[in-house]
Design a protein around this ligand. Structure first.
Ligand code: SF4
Ligand code: SF4
Length: 192
């Protein structure tokens, strides 16, 4: 089976992560734990459960579906959605990430963060904006998380991007061996 890596987001029309219009690909997983991380959902290299309190109507369907008693009892939505509310839906210590609650929620208030994707699937998505890259000098920016954590996959992704004529940027903290970095750089146009 073709290798898959978890992707948290493929963000189109980015203008701050390299030249021109770009598509940012965020891989999930990072060896560092920076306090200021602006993509904390990309730190863990496994799928995570995200509760969107603004969409939650407190119907309780997720609680009924949960086999581990890991969902807090509903309270009125106007209370849970208050800015200063400390109410949180998921009891993380009990949750085993079975994701049954996500299927039970009919209001899109629960989401699995981290979608497994192959190199080909990612590039098919990135290629959709090729006309914008051509007109602006843009392309794909590979970010995270830390792409070097998935060295073989990231290297293949950069190489295949080039073969499809896509300019690429590698957004990395450089926290990896020289051998890994060298391999990545062989297929990279710009390092951020
Ligand atoms: S099922 Fe969805 S909308 Fe209902 S309480 Fe759970 S998270 Fe909120
Ligand atoms: S992922 Fe599974 S264990 Fe975790 S809160 Fe949802 S239903 Fe419960």
């Amino acid at each position: 089976m073709e290798e898959q890596v978890l992707v948290t987001n493929i963000q189109r029309f980015a203008v701050n992560d390299g030249p021109g219009f770009r598509t940012n690909v965020f891989l999930k997983g990072c060896p560092l734990r920076c306090t200021w991380c602006h993509n904390p959902e990309t730190i863990a290299a496994y799928p995570e459960l995200y509760w969107k309190k603004r969409l939650c109507v407190q119907c309780g369907a997720c609680m009924e579906a949960c086999p581990r008693d890991a969902i807090n009892a509903p309270i009125p939505p106007e209370e849970s959605q208050r800015e200063e509310s400390t109410y949180f839906k998921i009891v993380r210590e009990r949750c085993d990430l079975c994701m049954r609650c996500v299927e039970a929620c009919r209001h899109d208030a629960l989401e699995i963060v981290g979608k497994p994707m192959t190199v080909e699937e990612i590039l098919d998505e990135v290629e959709r904006d090729t006309p914008f890259y051509s007109n602006s000098g843009g392309g794909m920016t590979l970010s995270g998380g830390e792409p070097a954590l998935h060295a073989r996959f990231a290297s293949d992704l950069l190489e295949q991007a080039r073969k499809r004529g896509l300019h690429n940027c590698l957004d990395t903290c450089g926290h990896c061996s020289w051998e890994v970095l060298q391999r990545l750089l062989e297929n990279t146009d710009i390092v951020l």
